[in-house]
Design a protein around this ligand. Structure first.
Ligand SMILES: *[C@@H]1O[C@H](CO)[C@@H](O)[C@H](O)[C@H]1NC(C)=O
Ligand SMILES: *[C@@H]1O[C@H](CO)[C@@H](O)[C@H](O)[C@H]1NC(C)=O
Ligand SMILES: *[C@@H]1O[C@H](CO)[C@@H](O)[C@H](O)[C@H]1NC(C)=O
Ligand SMILES: *[C@@H]1O[C@H](CO)[C@@H](O)[C@H](O)[C@H]1NC(C)=O
Ligand SMILES: CC(=O)N[C@H]1CO[C@H](CO)[C@@H](O)[C@@H]1O
Length: 359
């Protein structure tokens, strides 16, 4: 889109107020990849001009709970994104605690959540639903709908934002599953993002996802779902009082290309936790080059009380170190991987990143 078109859009903004319609004659399809530019806004420029279009011609919507932006809520900003948008929309969230339940529907792709670089822990989207809460029909909400933030669309990315669910649970009481972030859209990247909860914190539901330099905190099954995801350079922190588990990857067939791969992550915190529990016969979780503190229980892995899964679950470790990395007490059916066996899980190829990430 050229500059004159951008001008037209600015004028349109004055004529009809927010939201700005995209320039109809010059719509280009959102690029089918995520790059660093998608996680940046030039805050200075955005502030100075009345334009809501940044230097890369993507639209910027500012969320400021104090009223200085385009919306005081995050959901308000999402509501301004046109349905079936063809271009990236950057939602720049100023520091503050946004107490709201947020959902990005599947027909709003190419959305970025961007927080101020130095304020990840102060830019928080927080809600407090748990699985046993009632929905509008009087039934129980269930785990999936407990999410504080739900992303159903593709090509989502986020940086410098905290996703939180404040429900507290002491080791797995029923009905207290409380998701902070649920991602079911395909091709998503999370960079320097924090996800905070207790039981069932991060529902990494479906699709291919990249978590880079993120901080994920919880107690029981706090990363769970059916996705194919790479977690690189992340801090995975247990808040379990006694026992808990990090990953509950769900896979029912040996042909599924899904799995959770943790590479160069730090695993620490409190309690004694499993690296993973087998949800479904073919659950797949791999830890490579990770620092495992003594929070990891010596047995390492759980078959979820279904011994049959011991034959088919794919649970492996490659070159991990730290007090929790001693594999001598591990369940005999987990694997110590060779480099060749670990290789497919070590980089972005595992999530077909070469097709949709340009980093
Ligand atoms: C981010 O926050 C810092 C500290 O409050 C502030 O100085 C800065 O202007 C903000 N914006 C950007 C783009 O860094
Ligand atoms: C591993 O992660 C640490 C910190 O998270 C980072 O400083 C380091 O560069 C990473 N190493 C590799 C080989 O990626
Ligand atoms: C876990 O590791 C992080 C990052 O290295 C560190 O800041 C934190 O203090 C550690 N927490 C515990 C409980 O060891
Ligand atoms: C898992 O394996 C068991 C034992 O073969 C089988 O009975 C069960 O149907 C399998 N579950 C699924 C979901 O395929
Ligand atoms: C895709 C694209 O146009 N990226 C540009 C965004 O703006 C920065 C700063 O002007 C450029 O360096 C990028 O090349």
């Amino acid at each position: 889109m050229d500059y004159s078109c951008a001008l037209v859009m600015v004028v349109a903004a004055f004529l009809c107020g927010f939201p700005v319609g995209l320039c109809e004659t010059d719509v280009v399809y959102g690029k089918n990849f995520i790059g660093w530019d998608d996680m940046k806004v030039d805050e200075h420029k955005t502030r100075l001009s009345t334009s809501t279009v940044d230097y890369n011609q993507s639209r910027v919507i500012i969320v400021d709970k104090n009223g200085g932006g385009d919306s005081v809520t995050v959901q308000g900003a999402i509501d301004m994104v046109p349905e079936n948008n063809k271009q990236r929309v950057k939602i720049y969230i100023l520091p503050g605690i946004y107490r709201e339940k947020v959902i990005i529907p599947s027909f709003k792709p190419y959305i970025s959540f961007i927080g101020n670089e130095s304020q990840m822990s102060n830019t928080i989207i927080s809600w407090k639903n748990k699985a046993s809460d009632r929905d509008s029909n009087g039934g129980s909400l269930g785990t999936y709908k407990s999410a504080s933030v739900t992303i159903e669309s593709d090509y989502f990315c986020a940086t410098e934002v905290t996703f939180e669910n404040t429900v507290i649970t002491s080791s797995g009481e029923s009905g207290r599953q409380a998701v902070a972030l649920r991602i079911s859209g395909d091709k998503a990247m999370f960079y320097k993002v924090k996800v905070v909860g207790a039981q069932d914190t991060l529902l990494d539901e479906t699709g291919s996802h990249y978590f880079y330099q993120c901080h994920i905190q919880g107690s029981v099954d706090f990363i769970f779902g059916k996705s194919r995801s790479l977690y690189r350079d992340c801090l995975i922190q247990s808040t379990a009082k006694k026992c808990g588990a990090i990953a509950a990857h769900h896979r029912d067939s040996p042909d599924d290309n899904t799995g959770f791969s943790f590479v160069n992550c730090t695993i620490n915190g409190t309690g004694k936790i499993y690296l993973g529990r087998a949800w479904g016969n073919y659950s797949r979780t791999i830890y490579s080059n990770c620092y495992l503190d003594n929070v990891v229980t010596p047995a390492g892995w759980s078959d979820w009380n279904d011994p049959f899964r011991q034959k088919t679950a794919v649970f492996g470790e490659f070159q991990c170190w730290g007090a929790g990395a001693d594999t001598s007490g591990r369940v005999p059916w987990s694997k110590k991987l060779s480099y060749q066996e670990a290789k497919p899980f070590l980089d972005m190829k595992f999530i077909d990143g070469e097709q949709w990430l340009r980093l």
